[in-house]
Design a protein around this ligand. Structure first.
Ligand code: NAD
Length: 503
């Protein structure tokens, strides 16, 4: 089936009638597909005025939603999860068309949405505060967690649905509403997801506009950064974007959840099980065509294992099926755009100029139409140069060698980003050292498993230039609520804290 038709059909099944929406006039953005490089059709988009309007609507919805009991809010997320399950194949179609993910990864992204909904439903009965012993007689000291307001969710192209759901499922059970500024590269998936959530809300009798979608560029997003009715801005994307967004939100003391770029590495030690390491490294480095925030971009291997590891990875790379993401058996789909391809080629030239050697890959593969397909590149580098220290959002894996464990950890931590990390070792001391306070400085630290493919049960995010935000599981929900500390005096006295005697 033609991609445009496939996308229209999936949208329609999700309840989005695009032609009607577009014919109603207003701003549009052109949906494209990296699979063939073709333009599909126009989709409604927003300008800054529409974003301000969206904030107003979401704020109205919040005023009602915040007093709905949390378990009842959970019922909406439960229904949404059911609709996602029902429309899993449709949403995976849209992710495949817009991002070029292979089928299993596109389906996997939608499964993550179902999983976070399950998680959030359970959470809706567990938004617990603590009770602490008061130092004063006849007093109770405790904390309560309250809804905070409109949460802005700014999402990146590479997880066009899951990132929004990680934020939105939690925000909704926490009693908030959402304005979703979706990537201008993925308007179709975002319209479909929003339509399903709107349907769930209508069926559950929840207010309208708990999620208001705005598709637009950075300029359109500006009101979300500046408007005080948006207490939380959760932004996923490049370090460049974070650098623009963070100071503006901070200037009005808004709360930021930043999920920015990664430069993830694996250390492969002398004792490593190389069968495991090769599998873990190849999936993390070449999967999603290197377009995950958790993609492995560096391998730091002990000198004694370097030749063997490099030749084994190179052998697998040479056989990786690069091709049409909808075709059975494909493991590496296209890059998102021509400019992604250019930045990959620029990085490979810079690597050569730095004394690096391309062991295999990097070339464009002719697959279909004007899609930018590449063979994942494996590059040996003599040092961790400025190039290696930055994230190039394409499948390039730099190999560095080390001698002492301390040197490996220093190289590992010697980049500005701090998202995901791993060590392949069978030496428990090394594994524990990597997990310890003076080990990996990342938000995600793995042993004998690659850097990508996090589960929703844990908090997701990273340190340093990755932005410090946490989403998804564990206690990430606290980022979407305001905490009130309460002291209740049930005595007939008014003793002051710290023994103060005020007359
Ligand atoms: P991008 O920074 O180009 O865009 C991300 C989003 O930010 C888009 O919606 C874009 O419109 C918006 N945006 C950009 N500038 C803005 C501004 N000044 N104000 C408001 N909004 C603005 O990123 P991308 O190319 O879509 O995605 C790839 C990047 O995202 C990579 O760096 C990747 O590592 C990162 N990423 C990080 C995570 C994570 O959880 N840490 C997850 C996915 C992607």
């Amino acid at each position: 089936m033609e991609l445009a038709e496939r996308a229209r059909a999936a949208l329609k099944r999700c309840g989005v009638d695009l032609p009607a929406a577009v014919l109603s006039g207003g701003r549009t953005v052109l949906a494209r597909t990296p699979v063939t490089g073709e333009e599909l059709f126009p989709v409604p988009a927003a300008d800054a005025a529409a974003v301000t309007d969206a904030i107003g609507k979401a704020h109205e919805a919040f005023l009602t939603w915040r007093t709905v009991p949390a378990p009842v809010r959970g019922a909406l997320v439960k229904r949404f999860g059911e609709l996602l399950t029902e429309h899993k194949a449709d949403l995976a179609d849209l992710v495949g068309v817009e991002v070029g993910k292979i089928r299993s990864e596109a389906l996997g992204e939608i499964q993550e949405m179902v999983d976070i909904c399950d998680y959030a439903v359970g959470l809706s009965r567990q938004l617990q505060g603590r009770t602490m012993p008061s130092e004063r007689p006849g007093h109770r000291l405790m904390e309560t967690w309250h809804p905070i307001g409109v949460v802005a969710v700014i999402s990146a192209f590479n997880f066009p649905a899951a990132v929004w759901s990680w934020n939105t499922a939690l925000a909704l059970v926490c009693g908030n509403s959402v304005v979703w500024k979706a990537s201008e590269l993925t308007p179709l998936t975002s319209h479909a997801c929003s339509a399903l959530l709107a349907r769930a809300a209508a069926e559950c009798g929840a207010p309208e506009n708990l999620n208001v979608l705005v598709v637009g560029d950075a300029e359109a997003a500006a009101p979300l950064l500046d408007d005080r009715r948006v207490p939380v801005v959760s932004a996923t994307g490049s370090e460049r974007m974070g650098g623009e967004v963070a100071p503006r939100v901070a200037a009005r003391f808004g709360r930021l959840i930043l999920e920015l770029g990664g430069n993830n590495a694996a250390i492969v030690t002398p004792s490593a099980d190389l069968d495991l390491a090769v599998r873990g490294i190849v999936f993390a480095a070449a999967g999603t065509a290197g377009q995950r925030c958790t993609t492995m971009r560096r391998v730091i291997v002990h000198e004694s294992r370097a030749e063997e590891l490099v030749s084994r990875i190179a052998a697998v790379y040479a056989r990786l099926p690069v091709g049409d993401p909808f075709a059975e058996g494909t493991l590496v789909g296209p890059l998102i755009s021509a400019s992604a391809f250019t930045s990959m080629q620029d990085a490979l030239s810079a690597a050569a100029a730095d004394g690096g050697t391309v062991v295999t890959g990097g070339e464009r593969v002719d697959v279909v139409g004007d899609g930018y397909y590449v063979r994942p590149a494996l590059v040996r580098m003599p040092a961790q140069t400025a190039l290696v220290q930055r994230e190039t959002f394409a499948p390039i894996l730099y190999v560095l060698t080390y001698n002492t464990f301390e040197e490996a950890v220093a190289l590992h931590n010697g980049v500005p980003q701090g998202l995901s990390s791993s060590i392949f070792t069978t030496d428990q001391r090394e594994a524990e050292q990597f997990l310890a306070a003076d080990g990996s400085d990342c938000g995600i630290v793995n042993v004998n498993i690659g850097t990508s493919g996090a589960e929703i049960g844990g908090a997701f995010g990273g340190e340093k230039n990755t932005g410090g935000g946490r989403e998804s599981g564990s206690d990430a929900w606290r980022g979407y609520m305001r905490r009130a500390t309460n002291t209740v005096n049930y005595s007939r006295e008014l003793p002051l804290a710290q023994g103060v005697n005020f007359g």
